[in-house]
Design a protein around this ligand. Sequence first.
Ligand SMILES: NC(=O)C1=CN([C@@H]2O[C@H](COP(=O)(O)OP(=O)(O)OC[C@H]3O[C@@H](n4cnc5c(N)ncnc54)[C@H](O)[C@@H]3O)[C@@H](O)[C@H]2O)C=CC1
Ligand SMILES: CCCCCC(=O)O
Length: 480
Amino acid sequence: MEGLEGTLAELRDTFRSGRTRSVAWRKSQLRGMIEFVQDNEERIFQALDQDVGKHPVEAYRDEVGVVAKSAKLSLSCVEKWMAPRKGDLPLVFFPASAQVMPEPFGVVLIMGSWNFPISLTLDPLIAAISAGNAVVLKPSELSPTCSSFLAENIPKYLDPKSIKVIEGGIDVCEQLLQQKWDKIFFTGSQRVGRIVMTAAAQHLTPVTLELGGKSPAIMDSSSNPTNMKVIAKRIVGAKWGSCSGQACIAIDYLLVEERFASDLIDLLAKTIKQFYGENPRESKSYCKIVNKNNFKRLLDLLKDPLVEASVAYGGSVDEEKMYIEPTILLNPPLDSQIMTEEIFGPLLPIITLDDIYESIDFISSRPKPLAIYAFTRDEKFKKQILSRTSSGSVTFNDTLLQFLCDSLPFGGVGQSGFGRYHGKYSFDTFSHEKAILQRGFFPELEPRYPPWNSFKLHFIKLAYAFNYIGLILLLLGLKK
Ligand SMILES: NC(=O)C1=CN([C@@H]2O[C@H](COP(=O)(O)OP(=O)(O)OC[C@H]3O[C@@H](n4cnc5c(N)ncnc54)[C@H](O)[C@@H]3O)[C@@H](O)[C@H]2O)C=CC1
Ligand SMILES: CCCCCC(=O)O
């Protein structure tokens, strides 16, 4: 790509100059980010409608509001986050001081996804800025209106010497990935995550992979009937209520005991009508499928004869409008693609079990998901889910909200990704924690040097014992 080397050289010079490390620079960029979303809310809404058909409510809830919230939090906390932390030392080192000092990695690459093209690019950008990095931001080419909007307008609000937006598709990404970065933050599929990680390995570059996977929901019998309506709204909201299921933390499939399936399907169908009307195709609250490739991918999942036979609700499509009806499937074959690949769309398989506790093995025998949702008031079952399954997050009796909690790290585990961000975790993700030890030249302890002898062995053993004494003093409050 023309000029990439030059762009990177400029960013490296900028970073080396120290321009991005001051708290003043970081705060000025965070203020610029807040102004950017405030000044351009309507234009962002239009771009999101253009690219994925998002309603302004979803556009604000999942995108503009997320960016504003993160930028404001970082602006209020960045000085505290930057401050070195005091460390404790063994008494025998006395006099000495220990610190942990967060420092920026340097020049970082952020690659975003199309489904939340504003928040999933700008939230990591806020993180990188807060930690004092210079940045190349590569929005997804599958949300072109948002991508070009960011490329055109970010330089008007943020420091163009330190932050560059580079647009493009696979060819541009491949060139970017050949470069040496000090950190790569990638949001996207497991397939491309492997490509990113392979490229990063050439330069031993640390990566954060925000991936996806098949996030299950479980519903047991412990919720009383009055809760069922709330549960249905939360399931429908988490399947079709955020980019019509094209969301990494959307429910991918639902596990219930066989005896509840029929009533649950009826209730979910009723709730879908309540949310999107009799004809969701006409609903302004329902997103389209992003492009023909994804539409075809989802159609292929649905058109598998054994899967098509399992449609319990919905199933209609309109290729011209890139529309797929909210669709519920009952017990599609477990070896079908819809049950082995991430759906990332408006199709909800319901898998029935004889006993809800079977869901533990069902989930733990598959790749670790980004999220698990469990609707239950059975404390024993909750404990089993927490101790016998692994996932990026577990949410009991609700959905999606874990994404909006700044005190909770957001990220996957195993094939759903590694690394995390949101809140202070964002700052940490883009910081190296440097250890600093400072000593004087007195006293000098000769036993630390050769020639070794039995006295020095006893001295070293005593020194380690002192360590414990220090710990005891600390515990007794006799030592800071
Ligand atoms: N954990 C999270 O926060 C999120 C994860 N996701 C996951 O992302 C996926 C859907 O998003 P997509 O944008 O379609 O993912 P994707 O992996 O196709 O694209 C992500 C980024 O990688 C780039 N890219 C695509 N193909 C590439 C290649 N061959 N070489 C180098 N770069 C390439 C794209 O330009 C884009 O910027 C799903 O798997 C979903 O679960 C989506 C949103 C959030
Ligand atoms: C509710 C917002 C979720 C954004 C991340 C995702 O699920 O793709």
